[in-house]
Design a protein around this ligand. Structure first.
Ligand SMILES: Nc1ncnc2c1ncn2[C@@H]1O[C@H](COP(=O)(O)OP(=O)(O)O)[C@@H](O)[C@H]1O
Ligand SMILES: [Mg+2]
Length: 395
């Protein structure tokens, strides 16, 4: 039996572990010890810190694995790179993994390669910040380079706010530098894809349901396919340029993009499948189990043919976060929609008695729902009916 090492054992990796087992691989779930559901379904548990490449390489060699993968988070990406290089496995290389998981390093590569993105400066002192602000106009974005889920990202309207954000970032980030960049005031969207040997296996741009919070716009949900396909070629070109700039040859990826003044700008590209039901959307679009394809690619198999639609239009989907407007204890969770056959999947992360927080960012997610249908527009209408029927009764 071929062995697949899966980095992470949280609910986000459960479908990945399931898929690997379905394919007949021997699954080893790696994570720091904890009450993680992935440990219950994997063939073997490996207690290790997935953010420590040397620790994971030691385990990978000990278990003589044939492939390594993860999904939905950046934590294990550097370890994957190290293991792929050292053991000659399919996947991202170490150098690309290091660059892609540092927003300053990747920005520098993008700028050198001419990838269209926000004007950006690496800063490590208040003097650097002052210099950067001279070349930028307010609002600006101050950004930690090593966090995810919109943590450590601040939109600042004045020098005073920028100085405060600069101080705040270093309480959250492990690095001693951050970025100051131009705020792109445009339409946020994303793309999910896979590349093998530098060639795209598929590219699925998707629309983003934007939450306009206190700091930067973030995503509450998405729909696919994206209707405005007139910019498809520019999206593809931007993504290929960005992958090339980072040296990513074989990997799944998820990216954030903004369209502004008729052009596509890249915010970031992460070398792993996205979270929040994006893998489910890819699955619906192409009629596949995308988690299986993540496993196949990690095992060195070709995946390109699975995305060949042979003229069939892709199927549409739309997903949305389940959130609370109030902070308090969850008294009751009413879901009158469980038998609604438009729902592809509903995941709830909270139960009666739990503390639920009013939504501010991804950490306050109470669950996700995804529907499928004939068009993205129809799916979004389905969601409008379904979401009010999932009621979080918070006191
Ligand atoms: N320069 C920018 N201009 C406008 N919005 C931005 C900019 N940088 C980030 N954002 C917004 O903040 C979100 C989070 O930033 P991002 O760089 O993707 O970090 P992460 O997703 O790792 O937290 C983006 O999806 C985007 O909505
Ligand atoms: Mg992002």
């Amino acid at each position: 039996m071929k062995k697949l090492l899966i980095l992470g054992a949280s609910r986000y990796q459960v479908p990945l572990i399931d898929a690997a087992r379905q394919l007949g691989f021997y699954t080893i779930a790696a994570s720091i010890p904890g009450d993680y559901p992935g440990f219950l379904i994997a063939d073997e548990c490996c207690f290790a810190d997935i953010s420590k490449p040397d620790e994971i390489l030691f385990q990978a060699k000990k278990h003589q694995i044939d492939g390594i993968t993860t999904c939905g988070m950046d934590t294990g990406v550097r370890s994957m790179g190290k293991v792929c290089d050292a053991m000659g496995l399919a996947g991202i290389n170490e150098k690309a993994a290091q660059t892609a998981t540092d927003k300053a390093l990747s920005k520098e590569r993008f700028q050198k390669a001419g990838v269209r993105c926000a004007k950006s400066f690496r800063i490590s002192s208040l003097k650097d910040l002052e210099n950067a602000l001279e070349s930028l106009t307010f609002p600006v974005v101050l950004k930690a380079v090593d966090l995810m889920g919109s943590r450590g990202i601040y939109r600042c309207a004045s020098e005073d706010e920028a100085r405060k954000a600069f101080e705040e970032i270093f309480t959250e980030s492990a690095q001693d530098y951050c970025l100051a960049e131009e705020f792109l005031d445009g339409l946020l969207f994303g793309a999910e894809g896979m590349v093998s040997g530098g060639k795209l296996d598929f590219l699925l741009p998707y629309g983003t349901e934007v939450y306009h919070g206190a700091f930067v716009p973030t995503s509450l949900g998405h729909w696919a396919p994206l209707e405005q396909t007139e910019c498809y070629e520019e999206i593809e070109q931007t993504v290929l340029q960005a992958l090339d700039a980072l040296g990513i040859q074989t990997s799944p990826f998820n990216c954030d993009l903004i369209s502004k003044d008729g052009h596509v700008f890249l915010i970031e590209i992460n070398p792993r499948a996205g979270a929040s039901f994006l893998s489910e959307s890819v699955g619906i679009s192409y009629g596949v189990n995308y988690y299986e394809l993540l496993c196949r690619q990690a095992m060195g198999e070709s995946v390109k043919d699975f995305f060949d639609l042979k003229g069939n239009p892709p199927c549409a989907s739309a997903s949305h976060m389940i959130i609370s407007e109030k902070t308090g204890i969850l008294k009751n969770l009413k879901t009158d929609v469980l038998s609604d056959n438009r729902i592809e999947k509903l995941d709830l992360f909270v139960k009666a008695g739990d503390l639920v927080r009013a939504y501010q960012n991804g950490r306050d997610t109470a669950g996700f729902v995804i529907v499928k249908g004939e068009s993205a527009q129809i799916c979004r209408e389905h969601l409008k009916e379904i979401l009010p029927k999932i009621v979080l009764d918070v006191e």
